[in-house]
Ligand binder design. Sequence first.
Ligand code: CO
Ligand code: ZN
Length: 330
Amino acid sequence: MKLNTELLKKLVTAYGPASNEGIIRSIIIDEIREYVDEYNVDNLGNLIAHKKGNGKKIMISAHMDQIGLMVTDIDKDGFIRFGNIGGISPSISLSQKVLFENGTMGAIFAEPVDDLSKLKLDNMYIDIGARNNKEAEEKVNVGDICIYYSEFIDNEHVVFTSYLDDRVGCYVAIETLKNLNATDNDLYFVFSVQEEVGLRGAKTAAYSIDPDFGIAIDVTAHGDTPKAKRFAIGLHKGTAIKVKDNSIITHPLVRNNLVELAKVNDIKYQMEVLEFGGTDSGAIHTTKEGVPSGVISIPTRYVHSTVEMASKDDIMDSVRLLKAYLEEKK
Ligand code: CO
Ligand code: ZN
């Protein structure tokens, strides 16, 4: 198994902010269709792909939505004001290019920009190059969402781009599905919607699937750059097995199972204690009477920026660990 950079690039550059996941969902359906027994799209837009088995029911969840900027107002000169969909940082957004679903491009700027400490979304705007309000409204409307325009860059060791969160998780799920050996487990691969606004898709998907175990695949932060807060996660140190974040303390059954499998299969791993954030497993584990759940994380620097960076080896170790977990009889 080698990293399929073409597929990862296709996933990170596809449009799909929370609640507008149609385009990314069709791309994923095309990738997985022939590897599953059936799939459906639920009422909220989650893609639920089923690979049938007679054993335990396992829900695997990777969110396909991404953070974005929603149009709140277009002024008389055609400048667009916006609010955030998910964790959008003002300083990261300054001077970025953005892309709307219909292909319209824009640039984000702010006024005044002499004191960056005062920068907030309220004094920022998107300029799509319209000469007046009428021209702007022909292309963009209040309520539309744009995303950071992505460039995919890689070298022999890392990839960096916007939206590894969580298209790299989708990538890990897809590659696992494609390489999976026969197993008794009854597998539900969920590509969830609206994670970035509060784990909403995973919540309804888990309710309908009612799994025995839950596994989320998502990015995690880093503690390996010059002045980062001490945090035992770094690039090139393997896949990360989550112990906790703000949405879950992972179930020992799942966590120990993952650690054992990493050891037995010689997969490089690190333990992750994240003091903020959450993932789909936060929603899955409190479903109905409770679902023992865990998380396989991909260590990622600069999460929610346009240069999110991950190690190719760590990504492949994440595929190996998920594959081992799903193939083993529970
Ligand atoms: Co995120
Ligand atoms: Zn995420």
